[in-house]
Design a protein around this ligand. Structure first.
Ligand SMILES: [Mg+2]
Length: 460
């Protein structure tokens, strides 16, 4: 008898009742319309201030915005009229081959490769990739991030909670390393990083709605899969494993990886999580190297790029009126990068449409590092979760381990911190209380970012 589990089909906008359909019909057109508006209204400012073009180039750059607007409008039209998804033609980018290999595979199996008939993962990723293509083919806008303004403004709105969190972090006691103290601090900062994921400008189509004031007691009941205890046990084991080696000279440094989601306040809470773990001795600074994985192009509106990290560090440093606590904490972040205890990693894989079960084949070197070097891979946010579980129509009771299929890095633990913004959730155990509660939820509970999951898995 075949014991292989049946892999359900991927989510797709071909289902009119799906969130994929809403996304392609409403959310993505709104997002691209806002980019067009931005180029219309603020082109002079973009050219002179953001791109810092010299005056003699500005008229030609301004002329070029007309071309960009035309091409963006065409992309929007092609999406809304369900046109074909075509191979990526030009492009100096290194991801073109991987994209076209995947598309050729799609053409072999599907004779109608259009936006509303392929997997949601493919159509949504393709849309952002094609938007980027328009800018990189231009003469003056190759380095333009069309979402920078909204990302920047989103963080500026959250200065108060950021200052409050900085104050808390600076008061953490680096001598008091009792297990209870470490656990409560670990929980507090993990909750900030988890709920920081509500700051997603893709879900809100670029509207800045969140303020950063969270009541964690109230929110606890909204975490539908909560493996926090297992995550905590692992963090303790990680530390005791390192400390059991009494020979100081043999103490090897080890690596953890954080696959980031959104820039701005969420990114700040992610940095705070790591810095707090350093401070209370759970991730000793002299032993841990932290790899932060970012996107290499503007992605899903608010996803973090290297430039967003640089902007955050510089903005807090340079801006008058920001609290001294936040500036001091920011200086610690800066030092971590300067001393190469924190590293920024870019890889094409994060902006390809492949799910993570395909990582061993599509990005073998990345997967090899995860298997052999990393001790913990922390996945932030909705898209990472979707890609881990293949963005498929799983029954919610499917185990997380089954849903991630071939993504099984042996030496590392996997943890996801995600607020739910897409209609795929797994790992809801047969707990009758939770199942009963879910029945009472609003019908769009998987689309609103109000509920969350913390999945933890250590593959042995
Ligand atoms: Mg995002």
């Amino acid at each position: 008898m075949d014991s292989q589990p049946i892999i359900p089909e991927p989510l797709s906008a071909n289902d009119k009742n799906s969130f994929a359909y809403k996304t392609l019909s409403y959310r993505l057109p709104i997002i691209i319309t806002k980019v067009i508006d931005l180029l219309c209204r603020q082109r002079k400012q973009i050219i002179s201030i953001d791109l810092k073009l010299p005056p003699e180039q500005q008229p030609e750059a301004e002329e070029e915005t007309k071309q960009l607007i035309e091409e963006l409008a065409k992309l929007k039209y092609e999406l809304q009229t369900n046109k074909s998804i075509r191979p990526i033609v030009s492009s100096s980018l290194s991801d073109t081959q991987a994209w076209n290999d995947l598309l050729n595979e799609e053409y072999r199996h599907n004779d109608n490769v259009v936006y509303f008939n392929v997997s949601w993962l493919l159509s949504e990723c393709y849309f952002y990739r094609m938007m980027h293509e328009i800018f990189i083919r231009s003469k003056y806008f190759q380095n333009f991030d069309q979402f920078f303004t909204v990302k920047k403004e989103s963080f500026e709105l959250c200065l108060k909670p950021a200052e409050k969190l900085a104050k808390h972090l600076l008061m953490l006691n680096d001598q008091q390393q009792s297990s209870d103290y470490q656990e409560s601090t670990f929980t507090f900062y993990t909750m900030h990083s988890l709920w920081g994921n509500k700051f997603d400008l893709s879900l809100s189509c670029g509207e800045r709605k969140q303020t950063g004031d969270f009541d964690f007691n109230e929110l606890e009941s909204k975490i539908l899969v909560n493996d926090l205890k297992n995550f905590w046990s692992f963090m303790q084991q990680l530390l005791s494993g390192q400390n059991s080696n009494n020979n100081q000279n043999d103490k090897k440094s080890y690596r953890i990886d954080i696959i980031l989601d959104n820039a701005g306040y969420e990114l700040f809470t992610d940095f705070c999580w790591v810095e707090a773990m350093h401070t209370i001795g759970l991730l000793p600074k002299d032993q841990v190297i932290v790899h932060f994985h970012v996107k290499c192009m503007p992605w899903f509106v608010s996803d973090t790029m290297t430039s967003d990290i640089k902007w955050l560090l510089k903005y807090v440093n340079d801006t008058a009126g920001i609290s001294l606590d936040l500036k001091r904490l920011n200086e610690r972040f800066n030092e971590n990068f300067r001393h190469r205890q924190w590293l920024i990693e870019e890889h094409d894989f994060w902006t390809l449409p492949h799910d993570y079960a395909q990582m061993p084949r599509v990005a073998p070197e990345l997967y090899r590092d995860f298997c052999h070097e990393s001790r913990l891979i922390l996945f932030k946010g909705d898209l990472n979760y979707r890609k881990l579980v293949g963005d498929r129509k799983w029954n919610i009771r499917t185990s997380f381990k089954q849903a991630i299929r071939e993504f099984q890095p042996k030496s590392a633990a996997i943890c996801t911190l995600r607020t739910i913004k897409a209609d795929v959730v797994v790992g809801i155990h047969d707990d009758p209380v939770i199942i009963e509660r879910i029945k009472q939820f609003p019908s769009d509970w998987m689309e609103i970012g109000e509920y969350a999951v913390i999945n933890f898995l250590k593959i042995d």
